[in-house]
Design a protein around this ligand. Structure first.
Ligand SMILES: Cc1cc2nc3c(=O)[nH]c(=O)nc-3n(C[C@H](O)[C@H](O)[C@H](O)COP(=O)(O)OP(=O)(O)OC[C@H]3O[C@@H](n4cnc5c(N)ncnc54)[C@H](O)[C@@H]3O)c2cc1C
Length: 454
């Protein structure tokens, strides 16, 4: 039986294992903890006591404590359409397979969309000069994801897959046909290796591919804010498309600004990265119990020579925000940003929109984000207001930094995400191939197909 090691028990690793179980001898190693042990001691306000952030590392990956928006799309959350030898047709087959697997676990797409309202929103978007991408999705909810992943993992164990927690893959070597993965205490030998370390492992993967001579390119950078409004402002649109996807070309710089990861009735969340910065994100429980909606609003900028690595640029900005915010994300009223002064915590009682993230510093995003990004965000909100009246009100809250580090895009040598080093495959967000649960899972399925065929 072929021996396969998978680095990373996120959606990419888990779905690869699903496909390989029974046919190969599969071991998944992850530097984080098992599902049961993953818990955040201070969900609303990080106190930086964990060696590794429980929200980001461990079985289930970054998706475990996410909102659980399962977006069945080839375009959103996936770059596979643009990968050599894959393309949209194959990607659609992969997404359908992932959807089928999710359905076996009781996760079904929302189908009761109001068609008249959908048409209306589409027309309004066209009139406002905004691109609207409608997506089919299911919503699991942060509170339900853990038990779902637990069941998924237990079924894999039943089918012979071995899970090893607290195993930080440090080095990878290739000698002849054998591939060796070394951790601090041990090493694993295998015939095929899948590297799926997620965004948190992107920097490590960068060093690995450079060492092994695997080809890569840089992905564009996504940087901006998380917007929070009263849910009445977004309810009409989110009832048509829960994770509304609007793409807006900005007037001044012709940059693309987009909505992403909408959490109706949800809360803003903090991500604590061991590299020394914080990011904001969002989540919502099943039933959407909270009074606000939040969504990411991000400006995409591709970087070229001499600083082609836009992630590094975004990382430095995130570090600046951390210093300005006293190791906390910054929150600011849109009206204060426009008026050129910081927001102050003493005024919060008068706010119409109360911040859902408790551990944020009231400050000035204008000091933290570059001019071009700020202009893009302000122009984007103005246009978005034509579809969602009120989103551009002074009362709207903006949290920084919201950024998506897309990692290097690792080049594939075959249509199954095998790299130029034979036997070594990559998948998921860490390889710059996805930025969502389904996209990552589809990569895992594809890489597994390759291992079974090659
Ligand atoms: C707060 C939050 C909310 C989100 N909400 C959604 C959502 O609602 N819908 C959606 O589609 N997406 C969402 N996402 C994004 C989604 O979680 C990711 O796109 C997805 O999890 C990526 O899957 P992956 O398998 O590539 O990597 P990950 O899920 O990041 O998993 C990678 C795993 O690899 C492990 N690892 C890293 N380096 C090493 C190493 N050197 N050795 C061993 N193990 C290693 C990590 O511990 C981690 O468990 C959210 C993300 C966050 C953080």
């Amino acid at each position: 039986m072929k021996r396969v090691i998978i680095i990373g028990a996120g959606p990419a690793g888990l779905f690869a294992a699903y496909k390989l179980a029974d046919k190969c001898d599969v071991t998944i190693i992850d530097k984080g903890l098992s599902v049961e042990k993953r818990s955040c001691p201070s969900p609303d306000s990080c106190i930086r006591v964990c060696e590794l952030c429980a929200k980001l590392y461990g079985e289930g990956g970054a998706g475990l404590m996410s909102d659980g928006k399962i977006i069945f799309s080839t375009e959103i959350g996936s770059f596979l359409n643009h990968v050599d030898g894959v393309g949209e047709k194959k990607n659609a087959v992969l997404v359908a397979e992932v959807q089928n697997i999710f359905e076996q676990y009781g996760v079904h797409a929302i189908t009761d969309t109001d068609k008249v309202l959908k048409k209306q929103v589409e027309e309004e978007a066209v009139r406002a000069g905004i691109r609207y991408v409608h997506t089919t999705l299911a919503h699991v909810g942060t509170d339900k994801l853990k038990s779902l992943i637990q069941k998924f993992r237990d079924d894999l164990i039943q089918r012979g897959v071995k899970f090893v927690e607290k195993q930080d893959a440090l080095d990878i070597e290739k000698n002849g046909d054998k591939i060796t993965v070394s951790t601090k205490d041990t090493s694993y030998e295998c015939d095929n290796l899948l590297i799926a370390p997620g965004r948190v492992g992107a920097k490590w993967l960068e060093a690995v591919v450079k060492k092994l001579g695997i080809e890569y390119q840089y992905n564009p950078m996504d940087l901006g804010v998380r917007v929070e409004v009263k849910r009445q402002i977004t309810d009409r649109v989110t009832s048509v498309s829960r994770d509304m996807k609007f793409q807006i070309l900005t007037d001044t710089y012709q940059d693309m600004v987009r909505t992403f990861c909408t959490c109706p009735g949800g809360k803003v969340a903090r991500e604590t990265h061991s590299e020394g910065y914080n990011l904001v994100n969002g989540h919502s429980e099943a039933g959407d119990p909270h009074e606000n909606t939040n969504f990411a609003f991000l400006v995409t900028i591709p970087f070229t020579e001499p600083m082609a690595n836009g992630n590094e640029y975004a990382r430095r900005i995130a570090e600046t925000v951390r210093e300005l915010g006293g190791d906390k994300p910054i929150v600011q009223r849109l009206g204060d940003l426009r008026a050129g002064h910081r927001s102050k915590s003493k005024h919060v009682l008068n706010y119409v929109v109360k911040p859902s993230l408790e551990g944020a510093t009231f400050g000035d995003i204008g000091l933290a984000l570059p001019h071009r990004i700020l202009i893009g965000l302000l122009e984007g909100l103005k246009k978005l207001d034509k579809i969602m009246p009120g989103v551009n009100n002074d009362e709207t809250l903006l949290y920084a930094p919201e950024a998506k580090f897309h990692a290097l895009r690792i080049k594939n040598a075959d249509p199954f995400l095998q790299t130029s080093v034979k036997g070594i495959y990559v998948a998921g967000d860490g390889a710059g191939l996805s930025r969502g649960i389904v996209g990552a899972a589809a990569c895992g399925v594809l890489a597994a197909e390759g291992m079974l065929q090659n």
